[in-house]
Design a protein around this ligand. Structure first.
Ligand SMILES: *[C@@H]1O[C@H](CO)[C@@H](O)[C@H](O)[C@H]1NC(C)=O
Length: 179
């Protein structure tokens, strides 16, 4: 009698441990990784949209996905800046767009390096690259703080580059175990 109620109590305790601990933790881990990353980025809602479309929750897979996206967006921003430079009639704007084209060209190069670092498992390199790329894009955007302002799509495009690089930075930190 005493031993059978001990068994009943034990199995209830084990069930509670199982359902409160192991099972939900495992089931939640896939959403958790995206949430863990995005909470640390400069634009969490943008990050959720990007990472939910990645089709993976593997950290390296997410790094590859965001590096490819950053590459495309930086290349688009470079083309846009070049076109704006050649169309600008204001010499100040023309010079700023030319400088932006150089910055975005550097970002494209940084991201190519970043992909190589990732392939070699050099996550510190990926981290540094993401930070450098954000600074490059930011320098373009900052050049329009003084008038004449940029009223084109370039500012939005540059901000997207910054936002993606912010995600890459966080993923690199997680790969380094600095969660
Ligand atoms: C630059 O001018 C050309 C010719 O008018 C036009 O097709 C192009 O869209 C312009 N570029 C930008 C970025 O506005």
């Amino acid at each position: 009698m005493a031993s059978s109620s001990f068994l009943v109590v034990s199995s209830i305790v084990l069930s509670i441990m199982f359902f409160n601990g192991m099972v939900p933790m495992h089931a939640a881990s896939q959403d958790d990784i995206i949430s863990t990353i995005c909470k640390k980025t400069r634009n969490p809602s943008f990050c959720f949209n990007v990472l939910n479309s990645a089709g993976t929750t593997d950290l390296k897979g997410l790094a590859i996905f965001t590096l490819n996206l950053a590459h495309d967006k930086a290349a688009q921003s470079r083309v846009l800046a070049q076109s704006l430079e050649s169309n600008a009639s204001d010499p100040k704007l023309m010079e700023r767009y030319a400088t932006c084209a150089k910055h975005f060209n550097n970002v494209v190069d940084d991201i190519v390096d970043g992909k190589n670092y990732l392939g070699k498992g050099d996550y510190n390199g990926v981290n540094t690259m993401a930070s450098t790329a954000m600074t490059e894009a930011g320098n373009c955007l900052d050049s329009f703080i003084q008038p004449p302002k940029d009223s084109t799509a370039l500012s939005g495009s540059g901000k997207v580059v910054e936002d993606i690089c912010s995600i890459i930075l966080v993923i690199a930190n997680l790969l380094l175990g600095r969660a």
